[in-house]
Design a protein around this ligand. Sequence first.
Ligand code: MEV
Length: 322
Amino acid sequence: MESIASAPGKMILFGEHAVVYGEPAIAGAVNKRVTIKITKSSTNSSIFKSDDLGFEAELNTRNKRYISNRGKPGIIKYILEILFRFHDHSPIVIDLSLDIPIGSGLGSSAAVTVSTLAALFNYHGKKFNKNYLAKKAHEIESSVQGIASPLDTSVSTFGGLIYLSREKKIFKFTNKLQSSFVIGYTLKRGNTGKMVKSVRSLKNRYSKIVDPIITSIGEITDEAKFAIAHNNQSKFGELMNINQGLLDSLGVNTKELSRMVYIARKAGAHGSKITGSGGGGSIIAFCPTNEEKVFRSISKYDNALKVRFSNEGVIVQNRKIL
Ligand code: MEV
């Protein structure tokens, strides 16, 4: 039996970090995906491998341990947690492939978590829908990272451009901002769990100062929701820049991210900010015009990638998920 599932990467437009404390956020699925193939193992061991990422590891699914045969399987904690909770421990091979450049910040752990869960449930002939999948994927991320919002896992499950409300309800925008986005990234990767914990620590130590910053980010997200609904591009860009200033004040900016943010603006981006957890990783530049110039300017010093939104969420081969 072979089971294949894929899920899209995501870009967060507004509200990262604040969303962990109940504020709303806006994020979109992109046209770059992670694919997981699960097959029965021909040996007594379970294997997790990826030729795209250059690793292979032998898994002990009963005690969440592994031995590396080749390379460094960065994402393995999510796989071990999934297998520990949902697999019957029979030997399987999990093969990960992706068309997302490594380190771009789009190939989030969420896309791997969602596609692995979907492929595994399908492998076991288990019935599930997207709501159930998103819920379980969020539980896995929370358990591995210590703390996580349902934002990334919701986007990778449902696809499209979504607004996650304070009540954790998901609204899909029917109109998309008619624009291109450029992602800028360095090879210095951010660690989501570490960055979320450092913001929490700042918030605990300076709650009177940091709480209003978190609330303001929520207000920015609500304004951005209206900007999208009215296709108000200049407001959308301006809000991105304000959001960037507040992310900086939360301590998740770096010299490299800042450099890319300003290079993008100088080259004509209407707005630019960190996307995701920061501390390394990537920035997003909103380019209704000047896409090529922004792309080339970032590429001079760092890596750049043009991305588009995608309406496609998780897909299981030969099976419809509602
Ligand atoms: C990470 O992609 C987004 C954060 O807001 C964490 C989360 O929402 O779980 C930083």
